[in-house]
Design a protein around this ligand. Sequence first.
Ligand SMILES: C[S@@+](CC[C@H](N)C(=O)[O-])C[C@H]1O[C@@H](n2cnc3c(N)ncnc32)[C@H](O)[C@@H]1O
Length: 297
Amino acid sequence: MAAPMSRWIFRSHRTCFRARCLMKQLKIQEAKVERSISSQNVQHEVESSEGNKKSEKETHFGFQSVAEEDKENKVYQVFENVASNYDLMNDAMSAGIHRIWKDMFLEKFSPSPGTKLLDVAGGTGDIAFRFLKRVGTPNYGEVIDDIEMPRDVTAQVLHLSGLSWVRGNAECLPLPDNAFDAYTIAFGIRNCTHVQEVLNEAYRVLKPGGRFMCLEFSEVKNPLLRSAYDAYSFQVIPVMGQLIAGDWKSYQYLVESIRQFPNQEDFAAMIKSAGFRMVSYQNLTFGVAAIHSGYKI
Ligand SMILES: C[S@@+](CC[C@H](N)C(=O)[O-])C[C@H]1O[C@@H](n2cnc3c(N)ncnc32)[C@H](O)[C@@H]1O
């Protein structure tokens, strides 16, 4: 008796989630329409009528508190702003260490040829192209991102690689259930408004036995190292952002967002509550970043 009831609850929860997901997609469309209306100078009226409809829920955007429904647009704007200098700034801010972390991530992932990959928040393709290098091309993979980042490859190379790039939101993937062998997300999840929904979606699209892997900034536990790291993050990175990319605010947001993200243990607990098993993590560079892994069993 208990099993069918729990299945029913699970299904109705899923139905609610898909309905919310559809609502979210509609909201994204609405937001796009609003952006274009704003160029015709009637944004003020639209905002004031929208103001009445907005939910009360607040979330963080860096250290600011913002309405939940505004965060996605703000994050979108940050990545639109940084897109053209994205790779250059990553190298400058991390002195190239992000490349080593990404190599270690692939080493731990160890995909085999034929692995059907979904790389979410794929940006310029750092993870997807490393994946292809390991498993060989062509291979089947999809990269999801909510914006179009400039990529250093021609359309033909992209086509031959077998990778397809899709616009979409990690919280509401436009993809079927049980479709992928592996799901990767690198430096993307902390920018999402509902981190637990991203994890639930990862679980949904993975096949049974599939693997979830995440590379994200995390918490430096050692107090001495942490204060040096904080000084570097808050005093150097925004300055670099200003000097190299002419953009202080976006880089200020990026360092603040790292401090808002759950630490290693709390994030591992969220991965477990999405349903994943054999959840583990590995610190990189004293916990500046961490690789999280889990299986859909
Ligand atoms: C810091 S970049 C990471 C890119 C790449 N994975 C890497 O490691 O270099 C974060 C990416 O996440 C994307 N992003 C942010 N929020 C997203 C969301 N809700 N759904 C999908 N992509 C998102 C941004 O557009 C950006 O390309």
